[in-house]
Design a protein around this ligand. Sequence first.
Ligand code: JFZ
Length: 427
Amino acid sequence: VAAAEPGPGTNYATDDPFTSPRTQWWRDDRFGMFIHFGAYSQLQGSYTRADGTVCHDAEWIKRQCGVPMDQYETIASQFNPKDFDAAKIVAAAKSAGQKYIVQTAKHHEGYAMWPTRVNTWNLRDHSSFDRKRDILAEMKTAADKAGIAYGLYYSIWDWHDPDFANPATFPKYKARMYAQLKELVDNYHPKILWFDGEWNTDNPVNNWSARDGEELQTYVRSLDPSIVINNRVGKRRVTDGDTGTPEQEIPAAPVDGQLWESCMTLNDHWGFAEYDHNWKSAEDLTRKLLSIASRSGNYLLNIGPDRYGAVPAESIDRLKAIGDWQRTAGQGRAIAGAGSPGVVAEPSWGVVSRKGDKLYASVFQWPGAGKPLTLDALAPFDVTGARVLGSAQRVTAVRDRNKIVLTPSGSATNPTATEIELSIRTP
Ligand code: JFZ
């Protein structure tokens, strides 16, 4: 079906993102992989200045460490991610139970990770990499093969294009940006476009207006109306895009105004930083995933490949551990396809998600023998059954006015979270 001629203010997604079939897969998936990989990865987090002092940062290193553009271009020309292995990365996502991937096609540095025809500031034309390879195409193919949805991150803010920061030439930048986005949609058919950098107020002039956001959203819809767009397309009003983007935090309750996705790092950086060993524990990450799903959010958990394109073993291990929990203690139930329970409040001892007529109570603090776990009911419903997943023990569920008192007979099955499944009947 040919899209109508886009006019200003035309919103092809007049559907409600909360209920639309267009966003159904995204709402069900709950868990995705973010990938920060760009020319900055070549520095691996450290830039040695002419005077010998070392400055640290990851994807922001150009700006935070004041790397002059000519030097940054020289560094990029040495970039050779020969070990980038799309199948391995997709397998790591799969091992974690991640169901979609969002990869940086262009970060703030402006460097395109695909062979764009718009300029030569890209991985094919400005690197030491095999000119015949296209890592976005490799990722798209590998993701398709694994049944994982593939999406792309694109920074509106651009440190390299001289037309970005000048109001007089900004329309020329915008035309190039639109051309690049058309390349991305035509070549890689992303299911998500994840915009960023619209918030920058740090330039001489922040040229990105709310209207630019509306126009861009309309443009993306005209290229492919099925693409899921995050709210950083515009000035982050709940009307911008489909999905809100809390960063490094979990909102306290289900968010009503917009679908949401918390993006987080595994250590303290998005891009690879060799010196950063502050890895979050698998327990922490798994509990975050459960908490986010219990509040109807998505978790976009980041990896940063090194300069050769290899993913740190610490990242691979943690992703697998999150998947191991889901495969064993969780039995694949509490996350994909699940969301906020609605009928009970979040308890102090864990979190509760719901899929259809089942509640999944993820118990982080298991009670002492014979001690109960209490849930506060927010609506009338009956509990028709209760069991601990992966355990033969009995668990009783007794209704006491607006409290559901769960008393398991045995011990926790898993130190990260033990899963109690309740069958419920709502009136
Ligand atoms: C942005 C990028 O600058 C960063 O490099 C990374 O890609 C991250 C996912 O997104 O960082 C932001 C964006 C928005 C805010 C803070 C950092 N914000 O609104 O607070």
